[in-house]
Design a protein around this ligand. Structure first.
Ligand SMILES: [Zn+2]
Length: 175
């Protein structure tokens, strides 16, 4: 390990490793019987964090979609209520989420919400850059967003940040 860049990157990875995300596993929902054809299940879904803290979100589910509803605070702003639908598709007996990020739509079994993440949405690991931990390069996008903090914040709040842009903004804003 050496150099300013790798130090920053290590910090980023520490904060957004998969272990520090809440995750939602479509197989788990299926096991609990929530993805039933012709029925809509409504209730809540929760996590117990390693520090013992609890979190609960509103969940509606059917065989072809899941809706998540919860309030969150983005980048120190006022709490906001979010609610969005995630498509569920099936390959034989196996359900998959379609990642709800704009222009992603990857078929995945798990979605992640980094505990300190910027958008407050559950997205796939590709969108969060969780699978890119070993890549460590200077990124002009990060530098750009560091110098344009308000713009970075606006992009986050629009919910349209994704992929490389999302990762760059997270790094620029020191998440
Ligand atoms: Zn995605």
């Amino acid at each position: 390990m050496g150099g300013y860049g790798s130090t920053r990157w290590a910090g980023y990875v520490r904060r957004t490793s998969v272990e520090e995300c809440r995750s939602l596993d479509v197989r788990h929902l299926k096991r609990e019987g929530l993805l039933t054809e012709g029925q809509t299940w409504a209730g809540s879904w929760g996590w117990i964090d390693r520090n013992g803290g609890k979190a609960t979100i509103g969940l509606q589910a059917s065989s072809s979609w899941v809706r998540l509803s919860y309030s969150l605070r983005i980048a120190g702003g006022a709490p906001e209520q979010v609610s969005y639908k995630i498509p569920v598709i099936w390959t034989g007996p196996r359900p998959f989420f379609l990642c709800p990020a704009p222009d992603c739509g990857r078929r995945v079994e798990k979605l992640y919400l980094p505990l300190r993440g910027p958008t407050g949405r559950f997205l796939c690991r590709h969108c969060w850059g969780l699978s890119y931990e070993s890549r460590q390069t200077w990124d002009p996008l990060v530098s750009y967003y560091r110098g344009h903090y308000e713009e970075a914040r606006a992009v986050l709040r629009s919910g349209k940040a994704r992929g490389r842009t999302l990762v760059a903004i997270m790094k620029a804003m020191n998440w």
